[in-house]
Design a binder for this molecule. Structure first.
Ligand code: MD3
Ligand code: FE
Length: 209
């Protein structure tokens, strides 16, 4: 959490979706993330149908989310290195815990951090996050780098969506009635950020097990 800020806005977009603008310290997270990505580099996972995902991903924490021809699941080892995923850095877990608490979810202890890396032109189609065991725990999303437009639909794939424009350092907490809502990310527009260059990283903190 940024310690220099006197207070943070806490905007409830809809029940269970809480936006904390500029809650995270992007420069600090950038350097911590580089160490994680040295041990578990970003890679393009395959969908269960065998297509490469446009977003590159990695993980840290006790377990990591993987996708391949066998489907989606959490694993204790990185299939590329065949080693444990890198430990979740203290700066990551304390940020996730503080954001969850600010949003009304005290005692959140994530065991997984999925790292998504976007470049202009990439997007993420509407989906639900339902590979976790415990839906009473929220998901904490941290946006870093260039801006993106995120959307939340609701419990069904079809219907009207609510847009949230996410900037560097923004945190969104999804829990309670919104935990299984369909959501996605619109195609990123070309842009550049002084630290992150032409890219966006999203960290999602989860309690998978
Ligand atoms: C709303 N990532 O990795 S995080 C994902 O920006 C994912 O990379 C997007 O969706 C990204 O699964 C958006 C925001 C998010 C995460 C979980 C949610 C929104 C959610 C669960 C329920 C509702
Ligand atoms: Fe998701």
């Amino acid at each position: 959490m940024k310690t220099e800020s006197l207070f943070n806005e806490n905007i409830e977009i809809c029940p269970g979706v809480i936006h904390l603008p500029a809650f995270a310290d992007s420069a600090q997270l950038h350097s911590v993330l580089q160490e994680v990505l040295q041990r578990a580099p970003l890679r393009q996972m395959q969908t269960s149908r065998g297509f490469p995902m446009s977003v590159r991903t990695s993980n840290c924490g006790e377990v990591g989310w993987v996708s391949d021809r066998r489907g989606y699941r959490y694993t204790q080892t990185d299939p590329v290195s065949e080693q444990a995923w890198p430990d979740m850095p203290q700066a990551f877990s304390s940020l996730a815990q503080q954001a969850a608490q600010t949003a009304g979810f005290p005692g959140f202890v994530p065991d997984a951090c999925l790292i998504n890396h976007y470049v202009p032109g990439t997007q993420m189609g509407a989906h639900q996050d339902k590979d976790e065991q415990d839906f009473s725990a929220p998901i904490v999303s941290v946006s870093l780098g260039i801006d993106a437009r995120f959307y939340v639909i609701g419990p069904e794939r079809r219907g009207t969506s609510t847009a949230i424009d996410l900037s560097d350092g923004d945190v969104v907490v999804f829990g309670g009635p919104a935990r299984k809502h369909y959501h996605g990310v619109r195609k990123l527009k070309a842009s550049t950020h002084p630290i992150w260059g032409e890219s966006r990283c999203n960290l999602t903190f989860r309690k998978a097990r």
